[in-house]
Design a protein around this ligand. Structure first.
Ligand code: SF4
Length: 376
């Protein structure tokens, strides 16, 4: 049976898995054992689930799979502290996930779609076009991969002096992921149902038990998705890929702006913060002489403060290199001037530390290595 026909057990909640296990003629308690193997022990092969009878393990191998994603390659960047995984789907589409380790935290950047239909001009993923939505289990699988990978990092520090050098001690590599950000390939709100189900699976206290506040979902500004999230009991964080405050400039960078212009977007975000009392982040890629002069900083502060302050933060991201887009990142002076201007207006802003540029794993770069990894 191919993986397309097999049941992806990571797609199923415990209740769904119980129904499935019963349909397979097994007692309900086997579902609990299987669920614990998948989500607590993070076992990624049925053969290794030693508390399940050998016959059932063999049956599972024939009729089920643990995610349809096949790991093709792991790239190491930043002296081993950044790892990018390239996975293939059954149709050979590729997606990427990135683990970034810091002394006090570990973050995984997760893809929600193969390719992306949104067409942002500064983004490598956009060049692929849209291929397919990922299932809940395949979205969650990337987080489980990162948690497994995190366990391996202290073991290979000796082979990689940089890891030791950049962290005060090996013990400071966090043993547990602290954040999962849906900022990889795809627009999560275009795949809301599956994205949400993946968060539910990962959040389950009887399973992976990842705190809702440790998730951040990023959108280009799909207002219906923002409205859905504000009514959703899941308390995940929201980030908006804004990148320009001027409608003309933003529409040229992000076609979605023609449908949901900046003023409407900020109004929806204010509605969201009024309702949830949660702080929102605005992502702003700085591109030399496109959206980075002080006039643009002024427009940004004006639009954010137009109706009074609300809980928010601006992350400034100097553009990362992407082939053939004909744009360059802002100089350090322009980045600092932009940030200083925002702060002078009372808009909290930081320049995001870049990770993974050396392995094409930074913001906007995902998909660059996918075809290469597939042919490797
Ligand atoms: S920036 Fe995000 S939404 Fe825009 S094309 Fe790239 S992946 Fe899609």
């Amino acid at each position: 049976m191919s993986d397309v026909q097999k049941i992806n057990v990571l797609d199923l909640s415990l209740a769904e898995l119980t129904a499935q296990v019963k349909a397979w003629g097994q007692p309900a308690f086997r579902a609990k054992q299987l669920y614990r193997q998948l989500w607590v022990l993070l076992t990624d092969e049925f053969e290794a689930m030693s508390d399940l009878p050998a016959g059932f393990r063999a049956f599972l191998k024939e009729h089920a799979c643990i995610s349809t994603l096949r790991l093709l390659k792991v790239y190491r960047g930043d002296g081993g502290l950044t790892r990018k995984a390239v996975f293939a789907l059954p149709g050979n589409e590729t997606i990427e996930a990135v683990l970034m380790v810091y002394p006090d935290r570990a973050t995984v950047c997760v893809s929600s779609q193969a390719g992306c239909p949104m067409g942002c001009v500064f983004c490598a993923t956009a060049k692929l076009g849209f291929m397919k939505d990922l299932s809940p289990g395949d979205i969650a699988h990337q987080v489980l991969w990162a948690q497994r990978m995190l366990r391996e990092i202290p073991d290979d520090v000796d082979a990689d002096g940089m890891v030791k050098h950049r962290l005060d001690s090996v013990e400071r590599v966090p043993g547990r992921l602290t954040n999962a950000v849906f900022m990889g390939m795809g627009e999560p709100f275009n795949n809301y149902t599956n994205w949400r189900a993946s968060v539910e699976r990962l959040h389950d206290p009887d399973g992976f038990n990842f705190g809702a506040r440790n998730f951040t979902v990023s959108t280009v500004g799909l207002i219906p998705g923002i409205r859905k999230l504000m009514d959703d009991p899941l308390q995940v964080n929201l980030a908006i890929s804004l990148h320009a405050a001027d409608d003309e400039i933003r529409s040229a960078m992000m076609p979605v702006n023609r449908r949901y212009p900046v003023g409407d977007l900020i109004d929806a975000v204010r509605e969201y913060t009024d309702k949830t009392h949660r702080r929102v982040s605005f992502e702003y890629v700085l591109i030399e002489e496109k959206n980075d002069d002080l006039h643009e900083a002024q427009k940004l502060a004006d639009v954010l403060l137009a109706k009074g302050k609300f809980p928010m933060h601006v992350n400034l991201i100097p553009l990362n290199p992407v082939d053939d887009i004909g744009m360059t990142r802002s100089s350090r002076e322009r980045v600092n001037a932009f940030r200083n201007y925002l702060e002078s207006r009372g808009v909290p802003a930081t320049v995001r530390i870049q990770r993974g540029v050396d392995i094409n794993a930074a913001c906007g770069q995902l998909a660059g290595d996918a075809a290469k990894a597939l042919s490797a």
